[in-house]
Design a protein around this ligand. Sequence first.
Ligand SMILES: *[C@@H]1O[C@H](CO)[C@@H](O)[C@H](O)[C@H]1NC(C)=O
Ligand SMILES: *[C@@H]1O[C@H](CO)[C@@H](O)[C@H](O)[C@H]1NC(C)=O
Ligand SMILES: *[C@@H]1O[C@H](CO)[C@@H](O)[C@H](O)[C@H]1NC(C)=O
Ligand SMILES: *[C@@H]1O[C@H](CO)[C@@H](O)[C@H](O)[C@H]1NC(C)=O
Ligand SMILES: *[C@@H]1O[C@H](CO)[C@@H](O)[C@H](O)[C@H]1NC(C)=O
Ligand SMILES: *[C@@H]1O[C@H](CO)[C@@H](O)[C@H](O)[C@H]1NC(C)=O
Ligand SMILES: *[C@@H]1O[C@H](CO)[C@@H](O)[C@H](O)[C@H]1NC(C)=O
Ligand SMILES: *[C@@H]1O[C@H](CO)[C@@H](O)[C@H](O)[C@H]1NC(C)=O
Ligand SMILES: *[C@@H]1O[C@H](CO)[C@@H](O)[C@H](O)[C@H]1NC(C)=O
Ligand SMILES: *[C@@H]1O[C@H](CO)[C@@H](O)[C@H](O)[C@H]1NC(C)=O
Ligand SMILES: *[C@@H]1O[C@H](CO)[C@@H](O)[C@H](O)[C@H]1NC(C)=O
Length: 432
Amino acid sequence: MAFNPCCRILLSMTLLWVQHYLPSVANAKIPPNITTDRDALLALKARISYDPHSILANNWSTNVSVCDWVGVTCGFSHHRVTVLDLSFMGLVGTIPPHVGNLSFLVTLAIPNNSFHGSIPIELAHLYRLRILYFRFNNLDGEIPSGMGLLSRLEYLNLANNHFTGTIPSSLSNLTSLYLFALSYNALSGSVPSSFFNLSRLQGIYLAGNKLSGPIPSISYNMPSIQTIDLRDNEMSGELPKNMFDHLPNLQDLVSENQLDGGLPSSLFKCKQLQYLSLWSNKLTGRLPTEIGNLTALRVIYLDLNNFEGRLPLEIGNLGMLIDMALSNNSFEGRVPLEIGNLTMLTILYLSDNHFEGEIPSEVGNLRNLKVLNMGRNNFDGAIPFEIFNITTIRIIDLTLNKLSGHLPSNIGLFLPNVQRLFPNWHNSELYI
Ligand SMILES: *[C@@H]1O[C@H](CO)[C@@H](O)[C@H](O)[C@H]1NC(C)=O
Ligand SMILES: *[C@@H]1O[C@H](CO)[C@@H](O)[C@H](O)[C@H]1NC(C)=O
Ligand SMILES: *[C@@H]1O[C@H](CO)[C@@H](O)[C@H](O)[C@H]1NC(C)=O
Ligand SMILES: *[C@@H]1O[C@H](CO)[C@@H](O)[C@H](O)[C@H]1NC(C)=O
Ligand SMILES: *[C@@H]1O[C@H](CO)[C@@H](O)[C@H](O)[C@H]1NC(C)=O
Ligand SMILES: *[C@@H]1O[C@H](CO)[C@@H](O)[C@H](O)[C@H]1NC(C)=O
Ligand SMILES: *[C@@H]1O[C@H](CO)[C@@H](O)[C@H](O)[C@H]1NC(C)=O
Ligand SMILES: *[C@@H]1O[C@H](CO)[C@@H](O)[C@H](O)[C@H]1NC(C)=O
Ligand SMILES: *[C@@H]1O[C@H](CO)[C@@H](O)[C@H](O)[C@H]1NC(C)=O
Ligand SMILES: *[C@@H]1O[C@H](CO)[C@@H](O)[C@H](O)[C@H]1NC(C)=O
Ligand SMILES: *[C@@H]1O[C@H](CO)[C@@H](O)[C@H](O)[C@H]1NC(C)=O
């Protein structure tokens, strides 16, 4: 009895299917166990080309359970590898795809080694991962977009490697993230705005890449965000007007880029802001009176921009300030007396502006000052004697102003820590 041709084809297809799939179906029935983990770790060990302290060479012995290996932690009940921590071991090598078989892994930490090569896409299988910490290695290639599948990831730190390409937008699916650090790589393209929709995110660190385009506008309330660090990129455009309406708990804003436009008024709602570093942009406009609302500020770097106008006397509210750098702008007018309220200041840079009038004697109240640079302005009048009561001072630069008067002859007595003193040699009446 002959088979109907059609059924013969069907039968042979079924046989093919059985031959092809049965072995893997059989494999799948043996659940991965600690042997799988051991094989993965041995594959990793085999990829280590240099182990300066022979840590793995001596310790990762197959005589003992992998759970006793240095850097390896196993789960209490299921006896599978949950933590692989090879931090600071000086290891040179690559990451084999087998690491993707450590299916119970929660923490994968290899910071401060010399792992090179790319991230195997198999790591996207590690769906239990919460911590992925690869900082300070030599890893390169693109960040696999499959990493967007690691939905439990809370801490993603790939900083200080050589990753290229763009930031995969799939990473904005990592809704559990609280830290997102890709600083000091060679990433390009723009910052996907969808990152500013991760409700647990506390810190975004993207400094030292080649990121371009505008800072994305933020349209969701992000009370969790404390730090945004975009320094040393090539981002341009204005700070989005309403950006800071949604960042009520922002503490650190760092962006040395090519930004232009003014400081948006929403910025002054960030009452928790402590560190505002926007130096070396192309920012314009005035420092508004609302600057005085940022009473938590400890550091303000606005130097090397195109700011103009007078300093509002409200800067006197910023009593927590330690560093203030406003040099190389077009600020003008008198320096408000209220500057004397900033008694915690250690660094005051007002140089290379168009300030005029007398240097307020209240500067003498700044009894923690180490550096006072008011050079290259239009200050006139006498140098206030009170400055010489600041015994902590190490550098005073008052060059290229229109100052007059005498400096005390025993200036070294007054200022025991002074290392450099720049009197205005263009002022004929000034001498030491
Ligand atoms: C683990 O699985 C392998 C097959 O992958 C098997 O040979 C071995 O017996 C299993 N070991 C344990 C402890 O279950
Ligand atoms: C490997 O290191 C661990 C932790 O330091 C130690 O407890 C264990 O005895 C070492 N094993 C071997 C074989 O050296
Ligand atoms: C592991 O076994 C080898 C022999 O197979 C032995 O020489 C070595 O000392 C053993 N190492 C440990 C840590 O037990
Ligand atoms: C583990 O991963 C490697 C490479 O990704 C693969 O070849 C191997 O079959 C996997 N499975 C086991 C049980 O080791
Ligand atoms: C980690 O490596 C970097 C770069 O090599 C180095 O600057 C840093 O001090 C290292 N950290 C530690 C804790 O060793
Ligand atoms: C995020 O995940 C959803 C489903 O989980 C998927 O449809 C979407 O494509 C993912 N987004 C990105 C940018 O990968
Ligand atoms: C932001 O998150 C909200 C709620 O989680 C969601 O509805 C919205 O689609 C997200 N928007 C973007 C641009 O991802
Ligand atoms: C600054 O503070 C004053 C007084 O607390 C408040 O009225 C004003 O709205 C604040 N400005 C901004 C931009 O938050
Ligand atoms: C300066 O400090 C004094 C008290 O030392 C305070 O009364 C005054 O309001 C402050 N001025 C400003 C502008 O903050
Ligand atoms: C600051 O301005 C002065 C005078 O215009 C200029 O000589 C100096 O190079 C500027 N500093 C920087 C870092 O550009
Ligand atoms: C500066 O110090 C001298 C004593 O060295 C003191 O007599 C004078 O009152 C001080 N001036 C100010 C403004 O504190």
